[in-house]
Design a protein around this ligand. Structure first.
Ligand code: SAH
Ligand code: SF4
Length: 363
């Protein structure tokens, strides 16, 4: 007789109950069936190429005060930085030289005109110095439609804006409730990005205090309903200088958060076959050398951190973020080696756009 997991995996579409059952699978043999199915789907629909996005965390200045994040404006212990353009150019040049297909520029959230222009200049410079050879993703929080349009016109073609949780109740347990932290505004921003034509990505944190498996099942259904192109989900990791740290006694162990993240990736890959799914930095922080595991559970994108090392320690969204020089030849060599070990290859020089985006345009 087939086990419950095997039976669910035969289905074409998962009900919410099916998703909850899959996410709750802690037995290793059963979980392996889930990973195996997800990996086969990944191979069939997106292939065995892993796409690299060079991550540049260009500023930790942020106007928001999310309860979980180490660079929230309320954290006065932090040295605030804004990387000079010349240094950003160096990271971009490194990505180009090493045949990365794309870069991603990420920062705290600001909406002043200086910031809008700064991002605009970064986009234009990147386009120019790479001769349009490199794909550009932005992850700079909620902005007006006008700003998103401006950045799109200057060359950003992907945008990552995590919904953080699709449960409005939980959203207000991890954010203040006021005009700059508003669930509906975030949702609207995500919809605007899609409307403008961005390849649109979102995601959630996994293992937040008060979060239930049902919430996570709803998150996966949310990605499907909103018809998203890319997802980056990672474990929530506590940070001592944030309000949520007081609730750390409610958290699952790091190992459990890690395994639950892998199951989230695998179930999502089965539900949304042709999207891009990232193996996130937070996953790597919670369990070193976890990238291979994420790739064989269904992820197909990796974001090596190309932020100049002297700034990385001030971009601690969570504790114990690895301070590795991922923009070094040694790092790239070992990354490639571990990717090849599982029979995958790096999609050098390829933008690695999600197929889903193009399928969506045809509808
Ligand atoms: N300011 C932008 C982008 C930078 S933050 C924004 O908020 O959209 C990027 C992501 O880091 C956030 O979306 C959040 O999901 C994640 N993050 C922040 N604090 C975290 C923590 N303590 N553990 C895990 N992920 C965290
Ligand atoms: Fe700022 Fe983003 Fe951190 Fe929230 S999650 S405090 S918006 S950097």
């Amino acid at each position: 007789m087939k086990t419950e997991v095997a039976q669910i995996l035969l289905k074409e579409n998962f009900s919410k109950k099916d998703i909850i059952n899959l996410l709750s699978t802690t037995d290793t043999t059963e979980a392996n069936k889930l990973y195996e199915k997800a990996y086969n789907i990944k191979k069939k629909y997106v292939g065995n190429k892993v796409y690299l996005r060079g991550l540049v965390e260009f500023s930790n200045l942020c106007k928001k005060n999310c309860y979980y994040c180490g660079i929230r404006s309320g954290n006065k212990k932090l040295h605030r930085y804004n990387i000079p353009d010349a240094q950003i150019k160096k990271s971009v040049a490194y990505a180009l030289k090493n045949n990365f297909g794309s870069v991603i520029f990420q920062s705290g959230e600001r909406d002043d005109s200086l910031f809008i222009e700064q991002v605009n200049n970064i986009l234009k410079t990147t386009k120019r110095i790479t001769n349009n050879k490199i794909g550009i993703t932005l992850s700079c929080g909620e902005q007006t439609k006008k700003t998103y349009e401006k950045w799109y016109d200057s060359g950003a073609h992907r945008y990552l804006l995590r919904i953080e949780t699709s449960s409005k109740d939980l959203y207000y347990k991890i954010h203040p409730e006021n005009n700059i932290h508003n669930f509906e505004t975030r949702l609207k921003a995500l919809k605007n990005l899609k409307k403008i034509g961005y390849q649109t990505g979102t995601g959630v944190m996994i293992g937040l205090p008060y979060q239930t498996i049902e919430n996570l099942a709803d998150d996966l259904l949310f990605f499907k309903n909103i018809d998203i192109d890319m997802v980056g989900m990672g474990p929530y990791i506590e940070h001592p200088d944030t309000p949520l740290y007081n609730l750390r006694h409610l958290l699952m162990s790091k190992k459990e958060r890690f395994n639950l993240t892998l199951r989230m990736i695998a179930v999502l890959r089965i539900m949304m076959k042709d999207i891009n799914i990232a193996s996130t930095t937070a996953l790597q922080s919670i369990m070193p050398d976890s990238r291979k595991k994420a790739l064989i559970s269904g992820a197909n994108v990796i974001m090596p951190d190309l932020t100049p090392v002297k700034y990385i320690k001030d971009y601690f969204l969570y504790e114990n973020k690895p301070c590795l020089d991922e923009g070094s030849d040694e790092y790239l060599y070992s990354l490639e080696k571990s990717i090849n070990q599982i029979g995958e290859i790096i999609g050098y020089k390829k933008w690695g756009d999600p197929k889903h985006y193009f399928e969506r345009q045809k509808k």
